[in-house]
Design a protein around this ligand. Structure first.
Ligand code: ADP
Length: 366
């Protein structure tokens, strides 16, 4: 008669202590990602909690968990419950502002017109598509383009709850922009102290509620808005958007050095308008050169998050209020934004799980 092994919870935990989280480089037990182990005869139920729903290697990790548990003698079946809970990153006290917001991601650029708002908007929508709760603050007070890019809201901004302003809801994300309150064609002239006051209001008087990620679309360059925000809220990290040509890259380096001064980590670099693929013949043209973003990321000691080509769908999506991630979710570039969003979320998980260290003069997460 063959001996039937008794499966124990300890044996399951021991097996999971050998499964590594690929980006964090530590095992699931050490990272406290195993939330449930139940053993009933040979049937094992395992609950693993990811640090973000925007996880590119969710399936791979799930398979690794199932395989590891299946190898335990006596296990006949494995039920895997994969959930996600974004961890709050508290680099410094939030001074009572945005208490329900777990992570604040600034999207920045050295100069205007590189597609920073396009990236910020699609990034926010992509994180939402992954299942996160997301807000988008258009802090580009001089040229707010988020309202145009997102189109008609499902719920308009401005209704007061108590003395709080309710953000607009577009495509399932909470949005606030000065563009909601000014004439579309009106020039916006803000002096430094007014910018500070306005942003303070957007942070303190808006009912942002519970958010996994608040994306902040910064004005280009290094100015009052960047400094105000860095003083007002603990920004988790900045995503730098650039086009590949030298003149754009130089300004990104300047912007990064400002972030360094205010101790905001750089999460990585995105190269936008990276190349153009002719929809007719498939020929690829590197109009603004190519690869500068990757080189820049290397120089800065940070992560290259991805490259987005010049694409009519990306442009028209922004112009017509249907950003490509929600307007053409099956398109190659919508998928690209989904991947980039997951890389950003992963960078944040890495940051949350490791003390920041300085690399090449920058506060970097690697
Ligand atoms: P910024 O915020 O840096 O000033 P925007 O996001 O407003 O730049 O983009 C400027 C213009 O370029 C917009 O018309 C936008 O639709 C377009 N654009 C941005 N990225 C792309 C892209 N990858 N392909 C095609 N058009 C793009």
């Amino acid at each position: 008669m063959s001996q039937i092994s008794q499966v124990t919870e300890q044996a399951v935990h021991a097996a999971l202590a050998k499964v590594m989280e690929p980006e964090l480089g530590r095992d699931l037990e050490t990272l406290k990602m195993v939330h449930k182990v139940e053993v009933k005869d040979g049937e094992v139920t395992v609950g693993v909690e990811l640090m973000t729903p925007a996880c590119l290697y969710k399936e791979e990790l799930g398979r690794a968990v199932t395989d590891a548990v299946k190898k335990i003698p006596g296990v006949t079946a494995v039920n895997l419950e994969l959930t996600a809970n974004v961890v709050k990153r508290s680099a410094r006290p939030d001074q009572g502002r945005l208490p329900g917001v777990k992570n604040i991601i600034a999207v920045a650029a050295g100069k205007g017109g590189v597609g920073k708002s396009t990236v910020a908007t699609n990034l926010a929508l992509a994180l939402r598509q992954w299942g996160a709760t997301v807000g988008l603050l258009d802090a580009d007070v001089y040229g707010p383009s988020v309202p145009t890019m997102l189109g008609e809201p499902d719920v308009p901004a401005g209704n007061k709850a108590g003395n709080k302003i309710i953000p607009a809801i577009h495509w399932g994300i909470r949005v606030m922009s000065v563009g909601f309150f000014i004439e579309k064609d009106g020039a916006v002239v803000w002096r430094g102290p007014m910018v500070h006051k306005l942003l303070q209001q957007f942070l303190e008087d808006v009912e942002w509620g519970e958010l996994d990620y608040l994306i902040v679309d910064l004005p280009p360059g290094t100015g009052d808005a960047q400094l105000s925000l860095s003083q007002l809220i603990p920004i988790t990290g900045a995503v730098m958007v650039t086009t590949p040509q030298e003149v754009a890259l130089i300004d990104v380096v300047k912007a990064c050095s400002m972030f360094k001064k205010v101790e905001i980590p750089i999460l990585g670099v995105i190269e936008n308008m990276s190349y153009y693929v002719c929809p007719g013949c498939g020929h690829t043209d590197e109009i603004f050169s190519h690869g500068g973003g990757k080189r820049l990321a290397e120089t800065l000691g940070t992560t290259f998050l991805g490259e987005v080509p010049i694409d009519a769908k990306v442009r028209s999506g922004g112009d017509t209020g249907r950003p490509v991630v929600v307007g053409a979710p099956e398109s190659a570039n919508a998928k690209l934004f989904m991947e980039i969003a997951a890389r950003v979320a992963t960078r944040i998980s890495v940051l949350t799980n490791s003390a920041p260290k300085r690399v090449a003069g920058l506060v970097s997460i690697r």
